[in-house]
Design a protein around this ligand. Structure first.
Ligand code: PLP
Length: 475
């Protein structure tokens, strides 16, 4: 098959084939093992030489649909509790297919008015969903890591401007060291963003005096008091990954106001607490931040990849990120042109899936999903509490349940090894997927419930499989 043009008329067949393969894959995802037995063999065997002459469209798709599907991680299924990963709602997945089909470049109005307009609409809907003030301007990114980068680039612009330096032109060399404070809950992606912005990862001060990482507000206040005004960035964490806990955002907002600091909130999944009245209090104060970010590919359940950043002084973003060229549209274009305030130029039209899932299910549907997940997390906590060989390690404030295996009489010094072993056995078994972490010095399991498909029976299966695996080791 020498040339794609020769396959021009195969397009309809290719798309029909892909639709059938997708339905087949998703048809049993509610029950399928996360990784099919033998997946390593498939992956190791995938070492064909670069073809000089191709096999044609359908042959390529067939191979992906058979070999690929047999080795794919069913992370979009209901029993994947590892990391914090959502799935794709039917509306979001359908829209994602159309995103590839329309193949809009969401750089600027000039490249796609449709993508530009839907990004504007979808971001405004998200702003309303989270009840953020009107003055917040947003942009889609590849995920929370890049959203943290965008928001903190705006913070850097603010800090440098207040120091009288054009940081985008001059770099950091004429600037004093900033004060960057957070709690022990700080996610590595924020550290990564601080590093990429040239501040130096080592310049972050995690002010905590407890083994879990909770913030030491007194220490934050003392540090801010010692720093000159407009020299500090405070990063608050709405939802940390081990137990789903929150920093006290409203109190950090008070301190940021009192000491003229930039308050940034990483709410990659925790921002969704604002959807449900019973959890909203956890994320109270976010509306007072200078910037806030979240992921859509987590709790909004749109396919990868999609995150977003909201910045109050959104006019800082083109200054922080845009570099023009004569062949590109002007940054003062009156139309929305999100490529000027994003770290990428050519961009996927991520707005389509976000728009579609909000159009399809609305605030009520997404609220119902978050509420169901919170109830499932409480259900799991109760099941753990009722299981003698399991020990819960933290209060369940949101959607993550942190616990460990702790059989009666098992020596304390061997508990970490046992939990690591059970964690590995759980992944090898594949009926449910849960990762391990270290919480207050203890190796622990930390299932996160964020997938739209997850039901009570999936959560129950986690406890049943664990009991089986523990019984095989402990007797
Ligand atoms: C609190 C928090 N921030 C940032 C991230 C990074 O998100 P992403 O992988 O979408 O870049 C995560 C991912 O789990 C997270 O939980």
């Amino acid at each position: 098959m020498p040339d794609p043009l020769d396959d021009h008329d195969q397009l309809a067949e290719a798309l029909n084939f892909a639709a059938g393969a997708a339905q087949h894959y998703l048809g049993d995802i509610d029950q399928a093992r996360i990784l099919c037995p033998g997946f390593e063999k498939t992956i190791d065997g995938w070492s064909d030489a670069m073809p000089e002459t191709g096999d044609g469209t359908l042959a390529a798709l067939r191979e992906l649909a058979t070999r690929g599907a047999s080795a794919a991680t069913r992370s979009s299924g209901p029993r994947f509790f590892h990391f914090v990963m959502g799935g794709g709602t039917p509306a979001a997945l359908g829209a994602d297919w159309l995103t590839s089909t329309y193949d809009q470049v969401a750089f600027a109005w000039a490249s796609s008015p449709l993508a530009a307009r839907l990004e504007q609409v979808a971001l405004d809907w998200l702003r309303q969903l989270f009840e953020l003030p009107r003055e917040f301007g947003g942009v889609f990114t590849s995920g929370a890591t890049m959203a943290n980068f965008v928001a903190l680039a705006a913070a850097r612009n603010w800090w440098a401007e207040r120091c009288g330096v054009d940081v985008e032109e001059r770099g950091l060399r004429e600037l004093p060291e900033p004060l960057i404070v957070s709690s022990g809950y700080l996610h590595p992606s924020a550290v990564q963003a601080i590093g990429m912005l040239g501040f130096g990862r080592g310049s972050i001060r995690r002010l905590t005096n407890d083994p879990v990482g909770r913030i030491d507000l007194g220490a934050v206040e003392r540090a801010l008091d010692l720093a000159a005004p407009a020299r500090s960035i405070v990063i608050a964490n709405a939802g940390e990954v081990n137990a789903g806990d929150f920093d006290p955002i409203a109190e950090l907002a008070d301190l940021a106001e009192r000491y003229d600091a930039w308050l940034h909130v990483d709410g990659a999944f925790g921002l969704f607490a604002r959807l449900v009245p019973e959890a909203r209090e956890l994320a109270e104060g976010v509306e007072r931040a200078h910037s806030v970010i979240a992921d859509a590919h987590k709790w909004l359940n749109v396919p990868y990849d999609c995150g977003f950043a909201f910045v109050r002084e959104v006019e800082r973003l083109p200054r922080a990120l845009n570099v023009g060229a004569p062949y590109l549209p002007s940054a003062v274009d009156p139309h929305p042109s999100f490529g000027f305030i994003a770290p990428e130029s050519s961009r996927r039209a991520r707005a389509f899936s976000v728009w579609a899932t909000l159009r399809a299910y609305g605030r009520d549907g997404h609220r119902a999903m978050v509420r169901r997940h919170l109830a499932l997390a409480q259900h799991l906590a109760r099941r753990i509490d009722a299981t003698p060989e399991l020990e819960r390690l933290a209060e369940v404030r949101l959607n993550i349940v942190c616990f460990r295996v702790h059989p009666e009489g098992w020596p304390d010094e061997q508990l970490d090894a046992l939990n690591r072993e059970v964690g590995e056995a759980l992944l090898a078994d594949g009926r449910v997927f849960v990762g391990t972490t270290t919480y207050a010095g203890k190796v622990a399991l930390r299932p996160a419930i964020v997938n739209w498909r997850t039901r009570e029976e999936d959560v129950d299966l986690l406890v049943d499989v664990l009991r089986e695996l523990v019984a095989a080791r402990v007797g």
